[in-house]
Design a binder for this molecule. Structure first.
Ligand code: CO8
Length: 257
């Protein structure tokens, strides 16, 4: 691994971003947030993008939080600025038009858990540890944890985690719906390969519309959200993908998307 704070690799249109500060358990400092924002500049401009996975360098941590050494001396105004930069960057990650998946390969704490929550879903290695331990440091989550965690696991479990600061293992994270799957650490790479192939085999615009329908619909009442889905469903019939996908089924061949 080089000195880049974010490493980038790609397979079948799936871009893998690796947070690369293993000596500090990949803790998010300002320079790392800048590096992530620069990667997002590139990803937002990539028409062939099929998906993104994000993981941490090494076999111990995904991201062990925002950088406590850097935060220690912040004034309230500087803390607000740092939090807003983190929030804006995670919002851009969440808003990418393709699936974004956290491959959680170890400690996933504080800002690291908030990074995973900004992804569409997470899978975890069986050594992963999750938590929002900010209260033990005399602060609260600042990169969206108090808002995205209850939306993912429900308010009672989120309140338990953000007020006690207790850490949970991968199996408990699975049980509460914080992650979709748990697997041995060594299998995360094979998961990414499978995901890349699955996404590459699907209609790219259909995948984007499916993500858009879920995300935009969650902000609306059910009737408006169902109308949104109907509009996006109809739109699929105005492009080439639907004809190719359905013709391939009838012709008993693989679609060429
Ligand atoms: N920030 C900076 N350095 C860190 C962090 C961190 N979050 N986590 C670990 N490190 C460093 C350690 O200081 C240590 O460095 P060194 O070798 O120079 O002493 C190195 O990584 C290895 O860590 P440990 O020796 O502690 O490893 P252990 O295996 O003994 O423990 C733990 C692993 C349990 C993960 C432990 O490191 C730990 O508790 N880390 C802190 C976890 C934490 O509290 N995270 C939440 C931080 S607060 C936050 O994320 C707020 C987000 C919102 C920000 C809003 C902006 C204002």
């Amino acid at each position: 691994m080089s000195d880049n704070l974010i490493e980038r690799s790609e397979r079948h249109g799936l871009v893998c971003l690796t947070v690369n500060r293993p000596k500090a358990l990949n803790a998010l400092n300002s320079a790392l947030l800048d590096a992530l924002a620069a990667e997002l500049d590139a990803l937002e401009a990539e028409p062939g993008l099929r998906g993104v996975v994000i993981t941490g360098a090494g076999d111990k941590a995904f991201v062990a939080g925002a950088d406590i050494t850097e935060m220690r001396e912040l004034s309230a105004a500087q803390a607000r600025d740092f939090a807003q930069r983190g929030l804006a960057t995670l919002k851009r990650l969440e808003a990418l038009p393709v699936p974004v998946v956290a491959l959680v390969n170890g400690f996933c704490l504080g800002g690291g858990c908030e990074l995973a929550l900004a992804c569409d879903w997470a899978v975890a290695s069986d050594n992963a540890i999750f938590g929002q331990p900010e209260v033990a440091l005399g602060v609260i989550p600042g990169f969206g944890g108090t808002q995205r965690l209850p939306r993912r696991v429900g308010p009672a479990m989120a309140l338990d985690l953000v007020t006690t600061g207790r850490k949970i293992d991968a199996q408990e994270a699975l049980r509460i719906g914080l992650v979709n799957q748990v697997m041995p650490l060594a299998e995360l790479d094979a998961y990414a390969e499978r995901l890349a192939k699955q996404l590459a085999g699907n209609g790219p615009q259909a995948v984007r519309s499916a993500k858009q329908a879920v995300h935009d619909g969650l902000d609306q009442d059910l009737d408006s959200a169902l109308a949104l889905e109907a509009g996006l469903f109809a739109l699929a019939f105005a492009g080439d993908e639907q004809r190719e996908g359905m013709s391939a089924f009838v012709d008993k061949r693989k679609p060429n998307f």
